[in-house]
Ligand binder design. Structure first.
Ligand code: BG6
Length: 502
């Protein structure tokens, strides 16, 4: 028996039907993913597209063209929901080979011929060495030209490996795309809890009125990870914590917690204020205000960790830092001489990202020990906010106890927090650049980081060892040079202390 659905006439009928439907709606939206067989596409992009589709927020007539160097042996789109998977095409395309782009060009032209508006997003989810050839070839083939709908380009981190390479990349990008067509991903900006920082700061008078050197004594930013480098040895060994986390995620967080109120709730206004913060960062004192560390092997009763240098792809004599901490100052009216302590590291006791705002001592007749307040933005996990405040101890006439006012996002319901990639991809569909890094931010951030990297390369900044599973080199506490110290956060928001559940 003839299978009707495989029948040639049925296929022609189906193609015409699809084309007619599209013609009626006039618009086709295409996401071209370079690196479609890669790890990022699998772990982040496809799951995010599924979620966007579930919430019915995909643009109409949405299609995916995956590009990759490999000949396909299996269905790489099997992770996608069936409604998406049935709208996918794959093109075998080597980013370095100019001729391969003709196939992509042809495919896009075919769609152009059956639509009035053709919107195309190019997602560069490849290793960074492929960025330049891809952008060059898109421009050569005029695939950047917005003649019948928008053309947008998403580019993943790392954006360059120093100021010079970031500038070059920006120049190549801007030779073919305008700034509002370019979406440089820093996935931290897509996190719900990160977006909340500005809203909570500026909409709560009880915070906003106290947000300055007059009431705040110091601010800590911690991005701790318990994992090691998980099969990314080669990349990480050429990068290290300064390039991998500090140049991007941590400087973005610093800007959000310290910037002035923007004139408008708009992409440009917010990005303008962030740049002002970066411009005002005082040159960091390499000798006293910076700590680098690398994790060493360690063993507890239940766990055994190998050292960083035992990882595949890592040089056995590597001096790359897996931990970085520094103290920095922002030289402006609001923050004059208030220290910001920043730390990040792999193989620390737990995975936590948080910002801790430590208020000044409040000297008064009721408070013999000058108890202080603390406000914590817990970005992940156990996302929420915590205020530590004082009250009279009911058991003693004049005693004071410090208690918690806490909010957990999970109390708002299950799944209230979208994955960062879901938010970011949706924003690209909508052309909203607010949660992406502007070219000047990326370059300014490298301008801050370049001198640090130069000092590291000249062996001028010591590298301390720390046991895997601990809070980094003990030297790290010396950054404070007074009685203060880091908060040692636990997995759950309210607990802290050097000994936590792991
Ligand atoms: C990436 C870094 O940008 O951020 C990784 O390259 C790091 O090394 C990751 O593990 C951390 O992201 P998150 O969202 O897990 O905090």
């Amino acid at each position: 028996m003839i299978n009707f659905f495989n029948n040639k006439y049925y296929k022609i009928f189906l193609f015409r039907y699809v084309c007619n439907t599209i013609m009626e709606n006039n618009t086709i939206n295409i996401l071209v993913i370079f690196g479609a067989t890669g790890d990022l596409a699998n772990r982040k992009i496809y799951p995010a597209l599924n979620e966007i589709s579930k919430s019915d927020k995909l643009p109409e007539n949405f299609k995916i063209i995956g590009c990759g160097r490999k000949e396909l042996k299996e269905n790489i789109f099997s992770k996608l929901q069936s409604n998406l998977a049935s709208n996918c095409d794959y093109i075998k395309l080597d980013p370095m080979i100019e001729d391969d782009y003709k196939l992509l060009s042809k495919k896009l032209n075919d769609y152009k011929n059956i639509s009035i508006t053709l919107n195309v997003i190019f997602y560069l989810s490849t290793p960074p060495r492929a960025y330049k050839p891809i952008i060059d070839n898109l421009i050569k083939n005029k695939l950047n030209i917005e003649e019948s709908g928008y053309r947008r380009i998403i580019i993943e981190k790392p954006f360059g490996k120093n100021l010079e390479s970031a500038r070059k990349l920006n120049n190549i990008l801007t030779s073919g795309f305008k700034e509002n067509q370019i979406f440089r991903i820093d996935h931290y900006l897509g996190k719900e809890t990160v977006q909340n920082i500005l809203v909570s700061r500026f909409t709560n008078l009880i915070f906003n009125a106290l947000w300055s050197k007059d009431f705040i004594s110091y601010i800590e930013i911690t991005a701790a990870e318990s994992i090691g480098i998980k099969g990314r040895g080669e990349y990480y060994d050429n990068s290290g914590a300064v390039r991998d986390m500090f140049q991007n995620h941590l400087l973005e967080l610093l800007c959000l917690v310290s910037m002035e109120e923007p004139n408008q709730n708009s992409s440009e206004s917010i990005r303008n204020e962030k740049i002002k913060v970066l411009n005002n960062i005082r040159k960091i004192n390499f000798k006293d205000d910076m700590i680098r560390g690398q994790y060493m092997a360690s063993e507890t009763k239940s766990k055994k960790f190998k050292s960083y240098t035992e990882n595949e792809g890592v040089n056995k004599n590597s001096k790359t830092e897996t931990f970085f901490a520094c103290k920095l100052f922002i030289d402006n009216e609001r923050w004059k001489d208030i220290p910001f302590f920043i730390r990040t590291g792999k193989r620390l006791p737990t995975k936590v990202t948080e910002i801790v705002v430590n208020f000044k001592k409040n000297i008064n007749v009721f408070s013999p020990n000058n108890e202080t307040n603390m406000l914590i933005f817990r970005l992940q996990p156990d996302e929420g906010m915590l205020v530590k405040f004082n009250l009279k101890s009911p058991s003693y006439k004049s005693g004071i106890i410090n208690k918690n006012l806490e909010f957990h996002y999970k109390n708002l319901g299950e799944d209230v927090i979208d994955d960062a990639y879901e938010t970011l991809i949706l924003d690209v569909f909508q052309g909203n650049t607010m949660l992406f890094s502007r070219s000047d931010f990326v370059e300014k951030a490298w301008e801050i980081v370049d001198p640090i990297i130069n000092e590291i390369d000249k062996n001028n900044i010591k590298l301390y060892g720390y046991k895997a599973g601990t809070w980094g080199p003990t030297k790290c506490n010396d950054l404070f040079r007074n009685e203060n110290t880091w908060r040692y956060p636990c997995k759950n928001l309210v607990n802290d202390g050097e000994i936590c559940e792991l």
